[in-house]
Structures are given as structure tokens and as C-alpha cells.
Design a protein around this ligand. Structure first.
Ligand code: DC
Length: 226
């Protein structure tokens, strides 16, 4: 039987790495729900719907039904990438301009409603691994397996720092820690669908776990349920 695996947790704790690998090994589809919030944010930037960083709610609401997000397999990179109204935006949604505006966009009720609807449609056939903040609590409260991932802020900051250094970006450790703490606070205190652990979620604290250990942990639980 195919199942739905929901992986929620704080930013920069390695959700997408685990989710992607689990999906690959099970032959499931991986869905990055954060990419969908980023794609709506990119749409706002491109269409001048957030002048000065303030989202024009009425304008965005009138356009929301025209924003279609799909994950399409790109043979060249052998993976699924994010498409916004037919255009591959995988790279663009990772840019800092998008990261800076995604929090205010993701607290808007009608945005969440529209994306949750699309996410549920993607899960109709089951056989998916979806990561995000509200997957086990709101999108798929009946998911067969829910994982809540966490790691200490210092360790997450170190990982983020290593990632930036590898990309050749100049960064300040204190800034990174602050950004992580800010995002944790915004994600877990917002009014609509805050990040919280579902009652039946299993906690995976990967502060001191290798990639293989994390993968084994999730795969063992997934196979029990399948
Ligand atoms: O996982 P990420 O950093 O790419 O997510 C980008 C933003 O989207 C993040 O600020 C939290 C938000 N998000 C959300 O509100 N709900 C989700 N299911 C996934 C992401």
C-alpha cells in the first residue's frame, strides 16, 4: 500500500535532504511545499504585488487562482523542479529577494488555502513525501507517517554557514544565528497554521546523526507502515 509521509520542522534542519532520499528509495514523489510559497512570492515580485515589501492583498487575491505550481521532472538534472505557470523557476525561487519576502506571503490566509488545495490534489494518489511546516497538522492530518525534524539552533547555523561558504558567499555567524531564530519565531508563532509538532508525529532530532542514520530511521518507520 502506498502511503503519505509528512516531514515538518524548523528551517535548515535537513528536511529536504532526508525527504528527497526517502522518496527516491521508495519510488515516491517528493514535494517541496516551501518551494510553492516561494513561487507565489516570486509571482508577487514579478508582478509588483508587494511594493516596498508590503503585499497588496486585494491585488494578490484577485490573481491567486491564476498561479499554478507544478513539479516537473527535468531529465537533464534527473530531478523534479518547480514550475510557475509553465516556467521553470527552481533557481530563481532560492534567491535572497524571494527569501526576504516569503514569510509575509506565507502568513496570508488565502495563499495558504490555495496552496493547501493544490498540495492535497498532489497527494490524492498517495506515494508522496512532502516536507514543510504544516503538512502533518493541516495538509494531511491523516498521513500514515509524520516526522517532526529538529536540531539545535547552533548546529543548524553551522550547517547554513558551511553551505554559504561552499557557495562562496561572505557571511557573519551572528547574522546567521539571528536569521534562524527569527524564522523559527515567525514560523511557530504565526496565527494561521503555525509550525508545531502533530500529536502523532515522531521526533527526529538529527543534531548528532549522520545522513545514513537519519535515512535508516525514516525508512524503517515507512516500511512498517507500508
Ligand atoms: O522550507 P523553505 O525555507 O523553503 O520555506 C520557505 C518559507 O515558506 C518559510 O519561511 C516557511 C514557509 N512555509 C510554510 O509556511 N508552510 C509550508 N508548508 C512550507 C513552507
Amino acid at each position: 500500500m502506498d502511503i503519505i509521509i509528512a516531514i515538518d520542522g524548523y528551517s535548515s534542519c535537513g528536511k529536504s535532504t532526508v525527504a528527497k532520499e526517502v522518496a527516491k528509495l521508495l519510488g515516491y514523489t517528493y514535494i517541496d511545499s516551501g518551494a510553492m510559497y516561494r513561487a507565489v512570492t516570486l509571482y508577487c515580485l514579478r508582478n509588483n504585488l508587494a511594493p516596498g515589501g508590503i503585499v497588496d492583498l486585494a491585488k494578490l487575491q484577485s490573481k491567486i487562482d491564476q498561479i499554478k505550481i507544478r513539479f516537473v521532472y527535468v531529465p537533464e538534472f534527473q530531478k523534479h523542479e518547480t514550475f510557475l505557470n509553465g516556467e521553470n523557476v527552481e533557481e530563481e525561487i532560492r534567491r535572497p529577494e524571494v527569501a526576504n519576502l516569503v514569510s509575509p506571503v506565507s502568513i496570508i490566509g488565502f495563499v495558504r488555502e490555495a496552496l493547501v488545495k493544490q498540495q492535497r490534489e498532489m497527494g490524492e494518489q498517495k506515494g508522496i513525501v512532502m516536507d514543510g511546516r504544516d503538512i502533518g497538522t493541516v495538509v494531511f492530518p491523516d498521513a500514515e507517517l509524520k516526522i517532526f525534524m529538529t536540531a539545535s539552533p547552533e548546529i543548524r547555523a553551522k550547517r547554513r554557514l558551511d553551505e554559504m561558504i561552499a557557495k562562496g558567499v561572505q557571511v557573519d555567524t551572528a547574522d546567521i544565528i539571528k536569521n534562524i531564530q527569527d524564522r523559527d519565531r515567525i514560523d511557530s508563532t504565526r496565527e494561521i497554521s503555525p509550525l508545531r509538532q502533530a500529536e502523532d508525529a515522531i521526533v527526529l532530532d538529527n543534531s548528532y546523526m549522520t545522513r545514513e542514520e537519519q535515512l535508516d530511521f525514516v525508512l524503517r518507520l515507512a516500511k512498517e507502515r507500508i
